[in-house]
Write a protein of this length. Structure first.
Length: 52
C-alpha cells in the first residue's frame, strides 16, 4: 500500500520511527493509541481538528 509507505516517510520526518508493516497492522486493526493518531495528523500536516 503506497499510502502506508508515504505515511512511514512522513512520520520519520518528525522523528517517529516505525516500520511499514507495523503501521499497516495498526491501521487495519483499527486500534491504536491516541498519541499515534496525533503523530499521524502532525505528519500529514493537519493543524486544526474540529470536534462537534
Amino acid at each position: 500500500m503506497a499510502n502506508c509507505a508515504r505515511l512511514v516517510g512522513k512520520l520519520a520526518d518528525i522523528g517517529v520511527m516505525d516500520s511499514e508493516p507495523n503501521i499497516r497492522n495498526k491501521i487495519s486493526r483499527g486500534k491504536f493509541a491516541a498519541v499515534f493518531l496525533i503523530q499521524c495528523l502532525e505528519a500529514i500536516g493537519v493543524d486544526t481538528v474540529r470536534l462537534r
